[in-house]
Design a protein around this ligand. Sequence first.
Ligand code: ITT
Ligand code: NA
Length: 182
Amino acid sequence: MAFRFVTGNEGKVREARDYLADLEPVDQIDYDYTEVQSDSLAEIAAHGAREAFEELGSDEPVLVDDAGLFVDALEGFPGPYSAYVEDTVGVERLWRLASEEENRRARFKTVLAYADEDGTETFKGTVAGTLVAPRGEGGFGYDPIFEYNGQTMAEMSTEEKNAISHRGRALAEFAEWYAGRD
Ligand code: ITT
Ligand code: NA
């Protein structure tokens, strides 16, 4: 048995492997699930995981992770549009926009959805931090501008990031639930 992690993002897979290695192997799978129009990461992730599980065949469980950066002073922007904003405007310009605000607080949120023949479960994780000018070579996405406890997430190892990150928290909750099932 392996988890089939449906994502085009290798950074997510690296973090999931670091956390789930003791449970099952994690295979990265490409599948273009329908991104339902919703402000809710949970709805998007749960719908995607369900659809992928049903369409892909085989009974191996599926994972989907839908994440976003929510900037307090920008009413939670880019939020559910984070991937689009990274691809178009880019991380550096989002930082410049945020740097004009006095309040630099932001949070990462993620929802990890799990689907198998018994149903769909979701696990949430959030971390609050401060936006800063880009630093660090690790991580991915918005990590270089997201500072937690004096370090940007791009300055952390995968292990260090998992220990405090939104995804690490969701993975921990999921791992506990998975290990405790009958
Ligand atoms: P998949 O949908 O294929 O999984 P994606 O990169 O499009 O990959 P999301 O829609 O969940 O994933 O991500 C939204 C955006 O937030 C995208 O620009 C990511 O790079 C970024 N992001 C997600 N998790 C992050 C993290 O832990 N650190 C920094 N940026 C992150
Ligand atoms: Na996405």
